[in-house]
Design a protein around this ligand. Structure first.
Ligand SMILES: [Zn+2]
Length: 458
């Protein structure tokens, strides 16, 4: 068995690992690299394997950093099969279509600038045609805990990862060994989704390390912080912006806002969900209640519910979005992208970031090099659409909403897997170093930090 780390090695984005076993080439996730320019350049470098030779892609979940390079893999010759849970497949199609639109728009913008300089511009990574070809490769949905035979000697089983709707931990059995790929592991007690499943016993584990060096504050503390931010900002008549990942984080924030509203703890305001992608993914959620936890099933069976309650307004078109800035302030605006690297949130930041009465709640991970990270790191000014913009709004970082497990959860999960060999993926340097030390101390097993393009023979 060989494993090649093709992405999310010493960084959090671009998840992709090639496993060669039992005569098959199996790709675990095929994600987009995001963040700093030198990381994003990897999207154009080509895969460290021949795409046409790969037999399967097994998808852990539908976040862009786990599925976003799939159309490129197809464009470069992949003709195998993509296997995912039904919600992952449904959401991946939306995420990839949105990504193709962004790629094409950005390429057109680059091309205009390059032509002025008399240079050639980079084409889009892929377009909608490539996404349609990619959708053809999703031929089979998989249920949790149901073994799937890939060939005579290789089986896979997906387990609930509790990270986002439909997310999976992927188990591969081949050559008498069990390999476990954690995908992204969920935090405990998150709204809507279930807690991550306990792992089966495994020989080899590839585990995410996003918060390998951190302990999250509790969900109750986070909800209290959310409430404090709302009372403060709405109380002084400012707008409260929540940059949010369209998938999962948005739905969780809506869930908590709904609970505040239900308990009459939400001040009078409007809540705008200003993201066509988030609106579309919210609809997919409503289609798969069987993937919710018990509390989620109960809440969503009723009306009003977190996706449909009086203060909540969905703004679909660009015109509706622009009108938000024309109404009196004192509202909550949820918009993408989650790391402020594009999308409608940029327009809202331009309108609000320089105002003392405004507020910004950061509810998700901010990768190095993104606008969101600069704001969290305390930059006094940031560049928005080429203009220096002062950061005067009040900033809250609420990390209990994290969709990722923290160090104690990751360690407990690893311990249960009884893994003999551990590879750390999907983390930035400080998390990887901290997690490796913690593993050595509490499990007395040596974990290895995966390196980009490295192949290990097992
Ligand atoms: Zn994820």
């Amino acid at each position: 068995m060989n494993i090649t780390f093709c992405g999310a090695a010493e960084t959090v984005t671009g998840s992709c690992h090639l496993v060669e076993t039992g005569g098959l080439k199996i790709v675990l996730d095929c994600g987009l690299f995001q963040g700093a320019r030198k990381i994003e350049r990897r999207n154009r470098e080509g895969f460290p394997f021949v795409p046409s030779e790969a037999d399967f892609v097994l998808l852990s979940h539908a976040h862009l950093d786990h599925v976003g390079l799939l159309p490129r893999l197809v464009k470069e010759g992949f003709r195998g099969e993509v296997i995912a849970t039904a919600p992952t497949a449904a959401i991946a199609k939306l995420i990839l279509a949105d990504s193709a639109n962004i790629q094409v728009e950005e390429a057109a913008y680059r091309s205009r600038k390059a032509r002025r300089r008399g240079e050639e511009a980079l084409p889009p990574l892929y377009d909608m045609g490539d996404v349609l070809d990619t959708i053809d490769t999703f031929r089979r949905g998989v249920n949790y805990n149901e073994p799937i035979t890939l060939n005579d000697g290789v089986k896979t089983i997906f387990h609930d990862a509790g990270h986002i709707l439909g997310s999976a931990i992927i188990e591969l059995r081949a050559e008498g060994k069990t390999l476990l790929y954690s995908g992204d592991l969920g935090n405990l007690h998150k709204p809507i989704v279930r807690d991550p499943s306990d792992p089966p016993q495994a020989d080899i584990v590839l585990i995410e390390s996003t918060y390998g060096n951190r302990r999250h504050r509790s969900m109750d503390d986070s909800v209290a912080e959310l409430k404090e931010a709302i009372d403060t900002v709405i109380g002084r008549g400012g707008n409260l912006l929540i940059p949010s990942f369209a998938l999962e984080r948005t739905q969780e924030v809506l869930y908590e806002l709904f609970r505040l509203w239900q308990n009459k703890e939400l001040p009078k305001c409007k809540i705008f969900l200003d993201s066509p992608l988030a609106i579309a993914t919210t609809r997919v959620f409503a289609r798969y209640p069987s993937y919710f936890d018990e509390e989620g099933k109960e809440i969503f069976a009723r009306s009003p519910n977190p996706f449909n309650f009086p203060p909540l307004h969905y703004t679909q078109t660009a015109d509706e979005s622009k009108r938000i800035n024309a109404i009196p302030e004192g509202n909550i605006i949820i918009a993408g992208s989650g790391m402020c690297s594009g999308g409608r949130i940029i327009h809202h930041l331009r309108h609000n970031l320089w105002k003392k009465e405004a507020g910004l709640i950061i509810v998700g991970y901010q990768a190095h090099g993104t606008l969101g990270r600069q704001i969290v790191d305390g930059a006094p000014h940031v560049n928005i659409f080429g203009e220096q913009t002062a950061v005067a709004a009040q900033i809250w970082t609420v990390n209990g909403f994290s969709a990722h497990a923290d160090q104690p959860i990751l360690l407990d999960w690893l311990k249960k897997s009884a893994a003999k060999q551990i590879f750390l993926v999907h983390g930035e340097t400080e998390s990887l170093v901290g997690f490796k030390k913690a593993i050595a101390k509490s499990l007395s097993t040596d974990a290895q930090v995966a390196t980009w393009k490295e192949t290990v023979v097992l």
